[in-house]
Ligand binder design. Structure first.
Ligand code: IMP
Ligand code: MG
Length: 180
């Protein structure tokens, strides 16, 4: 589909699934190169709900033993950030003494990952790496380095491939941008 309508807004296709899939191949190669042969069992942290589709695609490309843990954070209302990050669901397992790879759909202002790093440190993680499907460099306000970035995008509101507009649009496999 070239265009989709969610509630009151129309979105046009921006990144087709094939391109997303290739970018995930590349980021998975980097993670495998860093973790292959490790003796611990690193945790892949799924940040619900946005990361579900990315996590599904990423994990099937990883070839070291790993464990999935989830948590849920929210900060967006409509098409913009509230600036406040709420933890809507705690970590689904004990992560004491473990290395964690945060798997995010998108890093925008960076508020969420900074909040997450604090949560993981308090929960006893020994190391955190950040892996994100998408990154908006123009919106980023933090100096935390991102370890694995699949794609950089302009500062525009997007949906699809797990990302939503008021909970709609997560199911589309391509990425769409607001059509103004
Ligand atoms: P940050 O805390 O500002 O970095 O925002 C991170 C979260 O906001 C992401 O995990 C998304 O859930 C949401 N978000 C940021 N940009 C977009 C977008 O363009 N579309 C949909 N959700 C977004
Ligand atoms: Mg998210």
């Amino acid at each position: 589909m070239k265009k989709i309508t969610l509630k009151d807004k129309t979105f046009r296709i921006s990144i087709p699934y094939e391109k997303i899939s290739q970018a995930i191949d590349q980021v998975a190669d980097k993670i495998n190169a860093d973790f292959r042969g490790c003796e611990d069992i690193p945790i892949l942290l799924c940040v619900l709900n946005g990361s579900i589709m990315f996590m599904g695609e990423l994990m099937k490309r990883l070839d070291f033993n790993c464990q999935i843990v989830s948590t849920k954070l929210t900060s967006y209302e409509g098409t913009s950030t509230t600036g406040r990050v709420k933890q809507a669901m705690g970590l689904t397992a004990d992560i004491t003494g473990r290395r964690v790879i945060i798997v995010e759909d998108i890093v925008d202002t960076g508020n969420t990952i900074v909040e997450l790093q604090g949560i993981l440190k308090d929960a006893g993680a020994t190391e955190t790496k950040i892996c994100t499907l998408l990154y908006k460099p123009e919106a980023y306000t933090k100096d935390v380095a991102l370890d694995y970035v699949a794609m950089e995008i302009p500062n525009e509101f997007i949906v699809g491939f797990g990302l939503d507009y008021d909970e709609l649009g997560r199911n589309f496999k391509d990425i769409y941008v607001l059509d103004i």
